[in-house]
Design a protein around this ligand. Structure first.
Ligand code: C2G
Length: 486
């Protein structure tokens, strides 16, 4: 019997507490929300786990010190965004011989740290603590099923096999089979990124697509995740294990999955905010997007599905357009590189990439679209990783530019979206929106043809690089119209 504390009284924390207590461990639960503890103490139920009676032997406390002192294993079961702050609090009472088990899944946006890296950094601010004493417990385990004793499997990951085995022993139960894995980085990358693929699977479901789409997203999704993981130095086998494909399948195909459910609402047309509100619980796939995107640029690995979800969630790209973009990509082999070649290729130019994805923006009417515009867009894209085009709306063209377009906004937008240089099209409705756009879309570089030389230098005050590129002299919409009229 072990003395175990669960930090966080969410559905997964409570489920684990019940499972451990039913295996006669000494279990204590702490929550940062006193009302949660009060509710559980009064009802022996969790509001989100209707079918589960919380065992009486589980000790409940609002005192973190009591939850840490003299406990052999501390399970961090808080949302990924609270892992850093919670670790800092836990560190005050921790001893070096204790073991931390993290069950949160995510990657920190600013640092690109995994959960165990965050925990390690925060604890080591207070006491020297071995990284091997931090274990990631991750796999295809919906709390709703584990809480009613349905057979499940999970991975106990630590570079120190002996520590992974301690956790394996403690969490093994008649219906929970635990496997050890020494690749904690790969297990955590899987845990974080599979939630984004699950959002994509939900969006596909919400759009009315079927099982074929789910199978495609699961298969290509684990390929994307494994390409990134291998480029980050992880062994490929992790991605084809329980924490990888196992967790991906269960998250993409089950309505127990909050990410899948959130994706369904988005696919049905709800805004991201409304979709999250309707799920009513933390949607970790949303929180993992920024880090996933930056990692894909840092390690120079293309993640088309993750990028599509990024565009839908972060910039409001219509899900249907995201699907069109995915299907319009150039055809390729299913496995373009062998893992080693991919690894070699990425290791070679690993340092050629800054860690920050460079975002470029440009503005225009783009009517009639011609090769002068395309020359501009191609060069603009080459200045960064992500090109946003602010396209003048019909009203803006008529009222402000005093011009008439041949194609309307929707037609001009679809032409631009079909172009491989263009990542996102947003409306240009006023001359003044540029400053705000640069802030909202985290723009690094503003580009215009040199017929606008000097007109937008003020954007440098926003820390934006302003570049005027030479126009393509011999072509213009006016010339096209004149020639056509001759
Ligand atoms: N362009 C070019 N070569 C051409 C024609 C256009 O490089 N032969 C560039 C322009 O300099 C501009 C972009 O393509 O950067 C789009 O051109 P227009 O659609 O004509 O843009 P414009 O009407 O000038 O609107 O707020 C800025 C305005 O929206 C720009």
């Amino acid at each position: 019997m072990s003395k175990i504390s669960i930090i966080g009284a969410g559905t997964w924390g409570i489920t684990l507490a019940n499972m451990l207590c039913s295996c006669h461990h000494d279990v204590m639960v702490w929550s940062a929300i006193p009302e949660e503890i009060d509710y559980i103490a009064a009802n022996h139920k969790h509001p989100k786990l209707k079918n589960t009676k919380i065992l009486e032997n589980i000790k409940l406390t609002k005192n973190l010190k009591e939850a840490i002192i003299d406990r052999e294993i501390i399970v961090l079961a808080v949302p990924s965004v609270f892992v850093r702050s919670t670790s800092a609090k836990v560190a005050q009472y921790l001893k070096q011989d204790q073991i931390i088990v993290d069950v949160a899944k995510g990657i920190e946006p600013d640092t690109l740290y995994t959960m165990s890296e965050i925990i390690f950094e925060e604890i080591n601010k207070v006491l020297p603590f071995e990284q091997e004493h931090i274990v990631a417990l991750s796999g295809p385990t919906h709390a709703e099923e584990v809480s009613v004793g349905l057979p499940s499997t999970i991975v106990s990951a630590s570079p120190d096999e002996s520590v992974a085995k301690i956790v394996q022993e403690v969490f093994t139960s008649p219906f929970m089979r635990v496997y050890t894995n020494n690749d904690i980085k790969g297990v955590e990358i899987c845990g974080a990124l599979k939630n984004i693929i699950a959002l994509a699977a939900g969006i596909a479901h919400g759009l009315g697509y079927g099982d074929n789409a789910t199978a495609a997203l699961v298969t290509r999704g684990i390929h994307e995740i494994s390409c990134l993981g291998v480029a980050m130095g992880c062994p490929i086998h992790t991605f084809y294990g329980l924490a990888g494909i196992g967790d991906l399948v269960v998250t993409c195909t089950s309505l127990h999955s909050r990410n899948n459910q959130c994706g369904i609402y988005i696919g049905q047309g709800y805004s991201v905010k409304d979709a999250i509100d309707k799920v009513g619980m933390v949607v970790e796939g949303i929180n993992a997007l920024d880090a996933a995107y930056v990692l894909s640029v840092k390690y120079n690995v293309e993640l088309p599905i993750i990028r599509a979800v990024y565009d839908v969630v972060k910039f409001g790209l219509e899900p249907k357009v995201a699907v069109i973009n995915l299907f319009n990509r150039k055809n390729k082999a299913e496995m373009p590189f062998s893992t080693l070649e991919l690894l070699h290729e990425n290791l070679e130019n690993k340092n050629t990439r800054s860690t920050k994805m460079k975002r470029v923006i440009t503005y225009g009417t783009f009517d009639l679209l011609h090769y002068g515009h395309i020359n501009l867009l191609r060069r603009a894209k080459s200045l960064g990783d992500y090109l946003i085009v602010a396209l003048s709306t019909d009203e803006f063209v008529t009222l402000q530019k005093k011009k008439v377009c041949y194609f309307n906004y929707a037609e001009r937008k679809s032409l631009l979206e079909a172009m491989r240089y263009v990542d996102l099209v947003i409306p240009e409705e006023s001359w003044e929106q540029k400053r705000e756009d640069c802030k909202q879309y985290h723009i690094d570089t503003f580009v215009m043809g040199d017929n606008w030389e000097g007109k937008f230098d003020y954007l440098e005050d926003e820390g934006v690089e302003v570049i005027y590129l030479p126009r393509t002299p011999e072509i213009s919409t006016t010339k096209i119209k004149d020639d056509l009229n001759k």
